[in-house]
Design a protein around this ligand. Sequence first.
Ligand code: FE2
Ligand code: FE2
Length: 167
Amino acid sequence: MAKTEENLKAAFAGESQANRRYLAFAKKAEEEGYAQVAKLFKAAAEAETIHALNHLRIIGQIKSTLENLETAISGENFEFKEMYPSYITAAKQEGNKQAVWSFNVANEVEQIHAKLFAKAIDALKSRKPMEQVDYYVCSVCGNTVEGSPPDVCPICGAPKTKFFKPA
Ligand SMILES: [Fe+2]
Ligand SMILES: [Fe+2]
């Protein structure tokens, strides 16, 4: 079972990446005028998500919402306390400015995610209903805000129009 558990984790990571890769490829295909290829990439992307979710469920990593929030926070904490700081240092040393930007904005936003998840945990633990708010996401940097989008993204400087409300 140990081997299969490792394989499920690896397959979950691979299928998750394939999903995002195919969505990026679909967007590119649309830009290049290949509408049918875009449709194919989108369909395959959906299928990879189904595979990823099957693997995740079978490993037993989808738990109660409270446990899932704790898992989410520890992931975000690891990213902004350990992973991104070391990645940023290395990218600066190598003079890769685009990578520095990409790691930096992700690093900032992961801290925001950790706070939002912590707020949700507090609400669940106190058995109070969560405040009914919409969330907006910056399409440039991923900044995630409650309520309404700011005039200018405080993380990346993008205008309000770059924010969208996830379905
Ligand atoms: Fe995050
Ligand atoms: Fe932004």
